[in-house]
Design a protein around this ligand. Structure first.
Ligand code: HSE
Length: 297
């Protein structure tokens, strides 16, 4: 039996739509796999009642099929589905790493990224890699299609605030405008580059300044009750940048060390003032999925 802890992730970071992602120190899913004749799936934990256990309809079922690795797969969800924290990606990445180990398939973590992304396709209709890449590789990742995936270690402090509402990735993709102007394109490239340099330098100011875009995030913010107030509260409390986490409704803020508690309280209070219940995670860019085989316990 192999057990893997697979972290939540935050994709896009504003300017890096469908490209940027970070692994979060917390929360995480725990995936346990055991060889079997046929794949079966058992899901417990946060929001598990919304997750199909039929392997044909579950992200990890798609991963087991792609790796030709039938198993009994137990998923203990720490990452709530439809939260903007890469819930399906955490399970898919965890299962890919665990099954690769269980069946000695010998794939590198980078090779597992497109395999885990097949599970993502089942959820959103597209096999984007911006959540599974950080879940497997850790740190800040750039999933750039033909150019490949690059990962950088970073230690930026973050706060993620998760309202009780649910936004499906499909719905959140439907509201995105079809086109962007040249000015918007140039602005977004500038911010994305600033953010990437900030991650390489562990500079929360540069990261925060680059965590913005004028096309995707404003459209998605409309789906999050209280977004503007929560963003303003986080910035007033010292966040260097705030944006929608993944497809939402999670809201992510970057900051300097020592500011997380104040920012988390400010975000929770702002949601609370709108009558929206929420939970804040004080976290940071963290490592990718970790394997706990019986030998390592
Ligand atoms: N990049 C994707 C999106 C991540 O924002 O739609 C969601 O899983």
């Amino acid at each position: 039996m192999i057990t893997v802890r697979a972290p939540a992730t935050s994709a896009n970071l504003g300017s890096g739509f469908d490209v940027f992602g970070v692994a979060l120190g917390r929360p995480a899913d725990v995936v346990q796999v055991e060889k079997a004749e046929e794949t079966s799936i058992e899901v417990t934990g946060v929001g598990s009642r919304f997750i199909p256990e039929d392997p044909e309809g579950n992200t990890v079922g798609a991963v087991a099929k792609a790796l030709d690795a039938p198993a009994h797969i137990k998923i203990d969800k720490g990452v709530r589905p439809a939260s903007g924290l890469g819930s399906s990606a955490a399970s898919a990445a965890g299962a890919a790493l665990a099954l690769n180990e269980l069946y000695d398939r010998g794939h590198s973590r980078s090779e597992l990224v497109p395999i885990a992304a097949e599970g993502e396709e089942l959820v959103s209709g597209e096999a984007h890699e911006d959540n599974v890449a950080p879940a497997l590789l850790g740190g800040f990742t750039v999933a750039a299609g033909d150019v490949g995936v690059t990962a950088v270690d970073a230690r930026i402090p973050l706060v993620v605030c998760l309202p009780e509402s649910v936004v499906s990735t499909r719905d959140a993709r439907d509201v995105i405008p079809d086109r962007a102007t040249l000015d918007e394109l140039v602005g977004t490239v500038g911010k994305a580059a600033t953010l990437a340099v900030g991650m390489c330098r562990d500079d929360p100011d540069l990261v925060g300044r680059g965590m913005h875009d004028d096309v995707v995030s404003p459209a998605r913010a409309e789906l999050i009750d209280g977004y503007d107030e929560v963003r303003d509260a986080a910035l007033d409390a010292g966040a260097t940048g705030v944006t929608v986490s993944g497809a939402g409704p999670g809201v992510i803020a970057a900051c300097y060390p020592g500011r997380r508690r104040a920012i988390a309280s400010a975000m929770v209070e702002a949601f609370d003032d709108r009558g929206v219940e929420c939970r804040a995670y004080q976290t940071a860019v963290g490592p990718g999925a970790t394997v706990h085989s019986p030998d390592s316990e």
